[in-house]
Design a protein around this ligand. Sequence first.
Ligand code: ADP
Ligand code: ADP
Length: 221
Amino acid sequence: MTAVRLDHLGKVFDDGTVAVDDLSLEVADGELMVLLGPSGCGKSTVLRLVAGLETPTTGHVRFGDRIVDALHTRDRNVAMVFQHYALYPHLTVAQNIGFPLRSAPGVAELVASAAARLGLSDVLDRRPAQLSGGERQLVAMARALVRQPRVFLLDEPLAHLDAGLRAELRGEVAATARRVGVTTLYVTHDQVEALAVADRVAVLRDGVLQQVGTPGEVYDD
Ligand code: ADP
Ligand code: ADP
């Protein structure tokens, strides 16, 4: 099953910048697709189009068979994690993770399960200031996953961490997305990171899709 389909997607900004050019790509259910390319190649714009934060100039974004172009972000059931996560400093880890659920039934169980998946069970009572940078990023991911989104969007989630932590968390992020089974679009400019986490990699340059394949296929080229 195809979860997300980009269909001749294009984005031209008002100043004439062509950020995304006739991009067609299919992401399978539960797949972790990495968008890889240098700064300015259009990766974030693709994520923002999938999230509904930008409107396509041409083409469509489909979830399954449904064109979602007219759907508001909140109606797309996507969860996003950016490089600069914003946790609530006065709330505990558990309260941060549960925040999107407000007072829905079963919050405690959902929070506990999201925390366990990300190895955060022992820090649930801490506040963000008492966490390492890596732990904070994992809390941001747990908070995004707790609503059981249809599509998970990660924009350079490890870029601000130091090299050691980045290497450590690569495996963690990929393993979490697989365990949860959520369809994931993961943006990075770092080839090592892309090859480490991806089921498949889509290589972008100047808004144009250059190639799509498994890490083995892309690495061989
Ligand atoms: P990446 O995520 O790969 O760094 P972006 O998607 O952020 O690339 O940007 C792609 C291109 O679109 C760049 O040339 C960028 O300067 C331009 N761009 C991004 N957002 C806007 C905007 N709101 N208005 C005009 N140009 C933009
Ligand atoms: P980083 O290398 O990201 O800066 P730190 O050295 O800040 O990480 O944190 C290392 C470990 O110490 C982490 O597991 C973190 O949870 C814990 N820690 C950091 N600050 C505190 C604190 N004030 N109280 C309790 N634990 C803390």
